[in-house]
Design a protein around this ligand. Structure first.
Ligand code: AP5
Ligand code: MG
Length: 228
């Protein structure tokens, strides 16, 4: 298994998509048979890098679940659950929600998705501590991430996208600035930590969404985990 014995991560929930039946067959092409092999992917990137956009496309193409920690947290805030009330100010300020809260929220959906054929995780882990804390459990359950994809986008483009999107309090100029700083302080060390692992590759996320998607699929094809 790719990454066995090394610190990986796993966790997050979601909407299961039906596999696309395109000419190149999506999961069929990579695995030989649909859902015969699980596909457990992780997308890492700065705010606005396109994690959600690409995760949705990959989920649809391969018939796996898209699990976004940010979407799940926002849903709790929207539904005014007790968890939502606890975490609202973290989201509003662009700060990371405490690790235990995020991991508790993600455990069940990640395990369920992994057992049902796979997942594409978007937004977790985003720190070295989260990766270290989640790996032992994920590995013991056989649901750890197999391949991580880093979406690389320059800062000016990230700011442009987020200002154009304006997703509530999270996308004001000051909060965007803070989220980008949190990314530099907390998530860039995770990329450095993963840097020499053969199961992570980087894609130029500044290209059009279609081209980014095809580059990710091409990268996955080169991975031994999905090559047969
Ligand atoms: P989260 O929801 O993960 O937000 P984020 O990392 O800030 O990223 P975004 O969702 O804003 O961007 P994205 O990379 O998904 O890009 P998207 O596809 O949307 O987290 C939110 C908050 O939750 C955090 O601040 C924290 O408080 C908390 N949280 C989440 N996970 C946590 C964790 N693990 N631990 C602790 N706290 C956690 O695209 C952005 C825009 O760009 C869109 O308008 C899109 O249409 C556009 N776009 C996308 N791709 C392209 C392209 N190729 N070209 C042009 N435009 C594009
Ligand atoms: Mg997102």
């Amino acid at each position: 298994m790719v990454g066995t014995g090394r610190t990986q991560s796993a966790l997050c929930s979601a909407k299961r998509m039906k596999p696309e039946t395109t000419a190149d067959g999506g999961a069929l092409l990579l695995t030989g048979q649909r859902v015969s092999k699980p596909m457990r992917l992780l997308l890492i990137g700065a705010p606005g890098a396109g994690k959600g956009t690409q995760a949705e496309r990959l989920a649809e193409r391969f018939g796996i679940a898209h699990i976004s920690s940010g979407d799940l947290l926002r849903q709790h805030v929207k539904d005014r659950t007790s968890l939502g009330r606890t975490i609202k100010s973290y989201l509003d300020h662009g700060d990371l929600v405490p690790d235990g809260v995020v991991m508790d929220m993600l455990r069940k959906p990640v395990v369920a998705a992994a057992r049902a054929g796979g997942y594409v995780l978007d937004g977790f882990p985003r720190t070295v501590e989260q990766a270290r804390a989640s790996f032992p459990t994920a590995h013991a359950l056989g649901v750890e991430v197999q391949v991580a994809v880093h979406l690389d986008v320059a800062r000016a483009e990230l700011v442009r996208r987020l200002l154009a999107r304006r997703r509530g309090s999270e996308d004001t100029e000051a909060v965007i600035e803070h989220r980008l700083q949190v990314y530099l302080d907390k998530t860039v060390p995770l990329l450095e930590y993963y840097a020499d692992r053969e199961w992570m590759f980087t894609v130029d996320g500044a290209q059009s969404p279609d081209v980014v998607h095809e580059d990710i699929v091409a990268g996955l094809r080169k991975m031994t985990e999905f090559a047969t």
